[in-house]
Design a binder for this molecule. Structure first.
Ligand code: FAD
Ligand code: FES
Length: 291
């Protein structure tokens, strides 16, 4: 192992604040405007790689030396071996620093953190996945896991509705194309307005969900996206017969420690970083609207 990728795990012990060293293997522009990139990371230390175990919906704190640390959902699935993928929108200090890195650079990672999507509850049920914009990251992890986890027969019908403002802003285009080829998943891609060459749905995500009308019977839905998309999708879900207990979302509150110590992410009595980020709508209804 080269000096740049020096293993640090021997010094970490059980200190949850000490990051693991991760080597950037690959960086891909996800969107035409180049504001969203996927980073495939490999563990610098073999022992870290062996110990790291996560479920779809969990997140990590990524750090860039001299810039800081920020939370990001894991976009790869536990079934995808040899790398961890994060898809990151350039927003401020840490994300801009991440966007300036190149393959071979080393960053820090703490995690996996938080809870995950309700995989056990999904068994024996249809799964409806609704996403908008760049919040599709952990939904990608979930979909790949459901399809490739070796237990596809444990889940019923999988329906995906995914929307972006225009075709260039849809992420994971190769995955979407591959899923469309399969007959064990139904994928509906939509964009806000007509665009040259676009042959799929046109319209906002809530309208497409209403049109596609996934059955609420024996189903679990996961909705991630901009707050306005979620706000307008929820009444549609109610109209389709979904109860609040059947609908999950993932919160993206501001965070610092990620391990329930600093109080930065509180919503009422809940720490989003440890009690979440995944909550059912029934759970959120019990909380003050601070998310
Ligand atoms: C559980 C979780 C999962 C996340 N997953 C992803 C992901 O997969 N991909 C991704 O691109 N981003 C994700 N985010 C958001 C990401 O953490 C923020 O974009 C990041 O912290 C911004 O850091 P920065 O230093 O670049 O921005 P800063 O310099 O800190 O801030 C830049 C601007 O963004 C605003 N901002 C920063 N963080 C947030 C936030 N959490 N909510 C609202 N406004 C904010 C600031 O107020 C400021 O206006 C996730 C957040 C959480 C809590
Ligand atoms: S981020 Fe510190 S308690 Fe949640």
């Amino acid at each position: 192992m080269s000096a740049v990728h020096e293993c640090t795990c021997g010094h970490r012990g059980e200190n949850p604040y000490l990051p693991m060293s991760m080597v950037i293997q690959r960086i891909v522009d996800e969107t035409d405007d180049r504001t969203i990139k996927s980073f495939d990371l490999a563990f610098a230390c073999e022992e870290d790689a062996e110990r790291f175990c996560f479920s779809p919906g969990q997140f990590c704190e990524l750090s860039v030396f001299g810039k800081g640390e920020a939370p990001f959902g894991i976009a790869s699935s536990p079934t995808e071996k040899g790398f961890l993928r994060f898809t990151i929108k350039k927003a401020g200090v840490v994300t801009s620093a991440l966007h300036s890195l190149v393959p071979g650079d080393v960053i820090g990672l703490r995690g996996p953190l938080g809870n995950c999507f309700p995989l056990e509850r999904m068994k024996g049920k249809d799964v409806v996945v609704i996403g908008g914009g760049f919040a599709f990251t952990t939904l990608r992890s979930l979909i790949v896991y459901l399809l490739e986890g070796g237990e596809r027969d444990q889940y019923g019908k999988i329906t995906v509705v995914y929307g972006a403002r225009n075709p260039g802003l849809l992420m994971y285009k190769e995955d979407l194309a591959a899923w469309e080829e399969r007959d064990d998943i139904e994928v509906w891609q939509t964009i806000d307005r007509e665009a040259p060459g676009w042959t799929r749905k046109v319209g906002f995500v809530p309208a497409v969900v209403e049109e596609v009308a996934p059955s609420a019977e024996n189903a679990i839905a996961v909705i991630c996206g901009p707050p306005i998309m979620i706000r307008f999708t929820l009444p549609v879900m109610t109209k389709l017969g979904f109860q609040k207990e059947q609908i999950y979302t993932s919160l993206e509150n501001r965070m610092k420690c990620g391990i329930g110590k600093c109080g930065r992410c509180n919503v009422g009595p809940k720490y989003v970083c440890v009690d979440g980020p995944v909550f059912s709508m029934a759970e959120l209804e019990e909380l003050p609207p601070e998310y």
